[in-house]
Design a protein around this ligand. Structure first.
Ligand code: IMP
Length: 420
């Protein structure tokens, strides 16, 4: 099998960017298959931190092809900013990056609609990143989207004006003030920049390369618990973040998929609204947030923090068919006398190990474990990790039945332990 998938098993921000960058040498192609600039994939090397929103995390490796797949929604204005701040030349970028003709565009109206919808929801708001993701996918499903392949057409401006008219009509019924013209200028500059890139039918490109023995890593964005179908709806994003999304978001068959790598943090975080059974609204939560720098890489919002939730992890492993687990941010958990993992829930007065539908009423049941205090960031061999951390990992493996094959002990590319 020449295609592997890597995705988040929690509520996003599991450290996908760092791990994709670290394992990229084993692949020829790195492809994003869903989401858009709501993502913020951080990676660090040579003491410099990079945050990618739309561009796949293999971009810093010279010989790799990076693909923005058909399932992604692209905001040309964000794309332009990202291209300008990456520190790579336009020649390097146009050589390494390819865009699907079928990827839908996030239009300036989508961003404003996102803000207007959230504004109207008041206390029940999703906590969206306000990047226009929901409205762009709504137009895609409603067959009103504009796609990357269309920017090359002479009628593109007219098509854009038609969509703008529709968006303005909807916005008139909202008590929401906005100025679209300022954003539009940067958006059209982004469109011009996109034209310098190869915009092709990436489903053919990928399948041809795979049939010639090339290897591809599909890079997920957000996390399983934010999936439009299987996440905590309606507090989710608007795409399929799960492994099945890689097939629809890139045009590949499930038969071609080999490994499915599931990334999880040693604890949990969530940004935005919605249920979070193991959330810690106390000093321990604050310590995790500060030590783990748990502030959104796209919005800067403080992330909610809590203990590891094993029933949710098992659910994500089941939905995705995860074959290997990668655990990140183990270093952040160093320093506690004791740590907890949630092993089941109490819901409706009964103990359960499955996530109940409409999960508002859930109390976590915890197992207490001894913590570890050592600075582990310089450790490179699994057997050198503190015994209590190895015990913690063993419990995750026993409970899930899936091996943990990568343990990340810091944000840098080098701070990674490969177990096989
Ligand atoms: P949207 O995708 O911007 O509409 O946001 C919907 C929900 O998903 C909100 O709770 C966001 O905070 C969350 N979300 C979206 N993208 C990410 C991400 O990349 N990491 C973590 N949370 C995200």
């Amino acid at each position: 099998m020449n295609i592997d998938i890597l995705l988040g098993l929690q509520w996003g921000d599991e450290g996908k960017g760092k791990i994709v960058d670290a394992i990229s040498p084993g692949y020829d192609i790195i492809a994003r298959f869903q989401g858009g600039p709501n993502a913020g994939h951080s990676l660090e090397f040579h003491n410099v931190k990079h945050v990618l929103h739309l561009i796949p995390s293999g971009i810093f490796h010279r010989s790799k092809m990076n693909i923005i797949g058909n399932g992604v929604v692209i905001d040309p204005a964000v794309f332009r900013k990202e291209v300008e701040t990456l520190g790579l030349s336009i020649e390097e970028l146009t050589e390494r990056l390819v865009i699907s003709t079928r990827a839908n565009l996030i239009l300036p109206g989508h961003r404003i609609l996102d803000a207007a919808y959230e504004h109207r929801k008041g206390n029940t708001k999703i906590g969206s990143t306000l990047k226009g993701i929901g409205p762009a996918y709504t137009d895609k499903a409603g067959r009103n989207g504009l796609r990357a392949g269309e920017i090359l057409k002479t009628s593109f401006r007219d098509m854009y004006n038609e969509r703008l008219k529709d968006h303005l009509t909807i916005l008139r019924s909202y008590d929401f003030s906005f100025d679209i013209s300022e954003y539009e200028a940067g958006w059209f500059e982004g469109i011009e920049l996109m034209k310098k890139f190869r915009i092709v039918n990436t489903e053919y490109l990928i399948n041809n390369l795979i049939s010639h023995g090339k290897r591809m890593l599909a890079e997920g964005a957000q996390g399983t618990m934010l999936d439009i179908d299987f996440g905590s709806y309606p507090f989710v994003t608007s795409s399929n973040t799960i492994s099945a999304g890689a097939c629809t978001g890139l045009g590949i068959s499930p038969k071609q998929v080999g490994e499915i790598f599931g990334i999880f943090k040693a604890y949990c975080t969530r940004v935005g609204s919605g249920p979070f059974p193991t959330e810690l609204n106390d000093q321990t939560g604050n310590i995790l947030r500060e030590r783990g720098h748990e502030f959104g890489s796209t919005t800067g919002r403080p992330r909610r923090c809590g203990w590891l939730d094993l029933p949710a992890l098992k659910y994500a492993i089941m939905i995705n068919g995860v074959t290997k687990l990668f655990m990140t941010k183990s270093d952040v958990m160093s320093g506690f006398d004791n740590v907890k993992v949630c092993t089941s829930y109490i819901s409706g007065g009964k103990k359960c190990e499955e996530i109940p539908f409409g999960s508002d009423d859930i109390e976590p049941v915890y197992k207490d474990l001894p913590g570890w205090k050592e600075d582990i960031s310089r450790i490179r061999e699994f057997d050198d990790l503190p015994v209590n951390l190895r015990n913690y990992i063993r419990i995750v493996e026993e409970q899930t039945g899936v091996p943990v094959t990568i343990v990340s002990v810091g944000p840098d590319r080098e701070e990674t332990i490969f177990r096989e």
